[in-house]
Ligand binder design. Structure first.
Ligand code: C2E
Ligand code: CA
Ligand code: CA
Length: 684
């Protein structure tokens, strides 16, 4: 077949693919693109089939996306990048921006030269449609409108309101009633705004307002009216004392884009909530400048996402089976690292970023990376499963579920070994919609876990209504289980209930041996917590499982009474060469296990003490000690309990030099000197 015929065939495929998909062919040799008829109609392109893609599309791509889009397409078409994968907003013929993803691949001609770039454009679900619960426009529309306001007026007044503790209403009166309240409330907000601007629904119970003018007093009066209405809100004969928090931002700064404005606005709202403030928190450009650091960081993070999720990495925290005491799965927890900011924990960016469209890409990257890593573990532990957190903003997109399946297929990962965690805020989605999404996953054998059960919007009803495989009881219950009998009651009844419904149960927040011993009374499937392991990089996680970690149970042969965490139980859970030493200048070794003796090729404890002098200093190769000591002192000075492993050499009794990895965990003890827990593995 001639190249051109191949092209025509591909374009004809258009008739067989779904509504929201468009195909194109780009002839690399003459730089012309051919689009299907459907595409030309949808975007109202200039009639002819062959068009110059860059020119035609540039005028339609959203101004905030256009530079990046051009770069990505240019790189692909000039064959500098292998695959085209670009997500951006584009205007359709109704003049509305729709979000879409363009993908493509090179086709090689008969003569072996690259001939075509063939690709598809997928218009994503209904981000621009109205929210089904409140009938309000949603996030993407807000961003578009803020952008237009800034282009036309160069200043902008916007407000965010969050209805607080809304889960109480869902808990007491059910989700349907909760949805009705949100609908009524939204209508009241729209009424108050009148012709002064527009109201939008964001994540959960957050609403944003965009004013047509910049009269701050007016925003305050709208806020006040809504606050008063909420306090005496009545529906179906029920009095609801709804409390709200609000923040407003007035900006004259034309440099900041709509995403920056939204991040700033949400940061002000967070402040209002933290301060438990009854009043509207106001901020303007000058005030913003003083606490812009966080927003700047968020913007850096967004840029990292655009650069192929550069700087992100995933740590894995194991699930330990209560049946076998062995690692059976892990949760993927994302982190971001950058020269200027160091390592940044997700708590500092996920809540704000989740709302932002770029989070979608990051979410897919996390999923792909996690299953790719997990696949490598399946050889070692055939039943291994990987948990990946799922956010409201991902589930909200109808296409998310298909992308999950696609990724699993592309990565050739067995679907039943993925467990998606439904994080707290997902539970604010419309129940019917949520159930449909989860049922889709279940129909593909993908498991669902309910994360942080017991916090926010969690009721026993949820367990009955949703297709759930596993309940993760929130760590706050477990962290304070020893002295709070209420927590014991909640955990006990939730475990009973979940078990009767045939679900697995995981207890999170197993922070120390005392907690571990106590929760042994609950018949659950898995434990997760610092006691077993902190979240660690994949490399370290592999070490836990690799041959160098001895997996047989082994007892401590020397234990010290200062050992507050019952070292014996740790040793039986995470095996390896293990010792504890005081973190004072004497560095005295106070507990040792048998495997450590084996690593040092000693037959008895006495031989080991003779060899090392009973101190940490005697463990490390003399030439390396100064360097290791420096890095450890730095860790203590920085107050970090954990560090990445350090590598050094040791000299055994038989005079062999062995390379080892040292995973150290510093434990601060009020009554006594600090102690270091160390696992040592041979670095083969
Ligand atoms: P989460 O899903 O509830 O994850 C568990 C968090 O508890 C992790 O914090 C973990 O380090 C911490 N943790 C585990 N064991 C213990 C313990 O024994 N004691 C204490 N005090 N804490 C423990 P991390 O990694 O900072 O993550 C915080 C939250 O960020 C996560 O909470 C999750 O909501 C969110 N997150 C993290 N990664 C992702 C992601 O890839 N996607 C999404 N959507 N959210 C994520
Ligand atoms: Ca989680
Ligand atoms: Ca959790």
């Amino acid at each position: 077949m001639k190249d051109k015929e191949v092209g025509a065939k591909i374009i004809n495929l258009q008739e067989t693919i779904p509504e929201e998909q468009f195909v194109f062919m780009h002839d690399i040799r003459d730089g012309k693109s051919t689009w299907s008829r459907k595409t030309i109609d949808y975007f109202e392109l200039s009639g002819a089939n062959a068009i110059d893609t860059i020119e035609e599309f540039t005028r339609l791509v959203h101004p905030e996306d256009v530079e990046r889009w051009k770069r990505e397409v240019d790189e692909a078409f000039s064959l500098r990048s292998k695959d085209l994968f670009s997500t951006f907003n584009i205007k359709n013929k109704q003049g509305n921006y729709v979000r879409c993803t363009m993908k493509g691949k090179v086709i090689i001609a008969e003569n072996g030269e690259p001939a075509f770039y063939t690709g598809s454009l997928t218009v994503h679900g209904n981000e621009l449609a109205k929210d089904i619960v409140t009938d309000l426009p949603k996030l993407q529309m807000y961003l578009n409108d803020v952008h237009s306001v800034k282009c036309s007026r160069r200043e902008c007044l916007t407000m965010a309101i969050e209805v607080r503790k809304f889960h109480n209403i869902n808990n007491l009166c059910g989700h349907n009633f909760g949805n009705k309240v949100l609908y009524e409330l939204a209508q009241y907000m729209v009424e108050q705004m009148g012709n002064y601007g527009r109201v939008y629904r964001m994540d959960g119970t957050i609403f944003t307002f965009l004013f047509n003018d910049s009269d701050v007093e007016h925003a305050e009066s709208v806020f006040k009216k809504i606050r008063e209405e909420c306090a005496k809100f009545e529906l179906d004969g029920r009095m609801l004392n709804l409390q709200i928090a609000g923040g407003a931002l007035y900006t004259k700064n034309p440099a900041s884009g709509s995403n920056v404005i939204l991040s700033s606005l949400l940061a002000i709202l967070e402040k209002a909530k933290d301060a438990d403030s009854y009043e509207l928190q106001l901020s303007n450009d000058e005030m913003q400048a003083s606490d812009n650091a966080n927003i700047k960081m968020l913007n850096e993070i967004k840029t990292s996402i655009q650069n192929g999720c550069e700087g992100f990495y995933i740590c894995y925290q194991p699930f330990v089976s209560t049946m076998t005491g062995k690692i059976i799965g892990a949760e993927a927890l994302v982190r971001w690292k950058n020269d200027a900011y160091g390592e940044v924990a997700p708590g500092r960016f996920i809540p704000q970023l989740e709302l932002h469209p770029s989070f979608y890409e990051l979410g897919l990257w996390i999923l792909r990376t996690a299953v790719r890593d997990a696949k490598k573990l399946l050889d070692k532990i055939p039943e291994f499963f990987i948990n990946v957190n799922m956010s409201y903003s991902q589930l909200e997109r109808g296409c998310f579920k298909h992308e999950v399946v696609r990724i699993l297929e592309e990565e050739d990962f067995p679907k039943s070994h993925l467990q998606l965690e439904l994080t707290e805020r997902c539970r604010n989605l419309d129940m019917r919609y949520l159930k449909e999404q989860l049922e889709f996953f279940r129909s593909h054998d993908i498991r669902i876990a309910l994360d942080d059960f017991g916090t926010g919007n969690s009721t026993i009803n949820l367990l009955c209504d949703l297709p759930i495989n596993c309940v993760k009881i929130d760590q706050t219950f477990i962290l304070h289980i020893l002295d709070q009998s209420n927590n014991q009651i909640v955990v006990n009844s939730t475990v009973q209930c979940a078990k009767q419904l045939g679900m697995d149960v995981c207890l999170e927040g197993v922070e120390n041996g005392e907690i571990r011993d106590f929760i042994g009374r609950y018949s659950v499937n898995y434990h997760q917590g610092y006691f077993y392991s902190r979240p660690v990089r994949f490399e370290s996680f592999m070490d836990f499982l690799s041959d160098t970690w001895r997996t047989d149970r082994i007892n401590l042969i020397k234990e010290d009474s200062r050992d507050m965490f019952s070292a014996n139980s740790i040793v039986s859970m995470i095996p390896g060469g293990f010792f504890i030493y005081t973190a004072d200048d004497k560095e005295r070794i106070i507990s040792v296990n048998e495997i450590l003796l084996e690593i040092f090729e000693c037959d008895t404890l006495e031989e080991f003490y003779d060899l090392t002098g009973g101190s940490f200093k005697g463990i490390v190769h003399p030439e390396e000690y100064a360097c290791i000591e420096k890095s450890i002192n730095q860790q203590i000075a920085n107050n970090n309990n954990n560090r990445d492993f350090v590598k050094y050499n040791i000299i055994t009794k038989k005079g062999n030099v062995k390379k080892v990895r040292d995973y150290g965990h510093l434990v601060r003890n009020d009554n006594d000197v600090d102690v270091y827990y160390v696992f040592l593995v041979e670095d083969r």
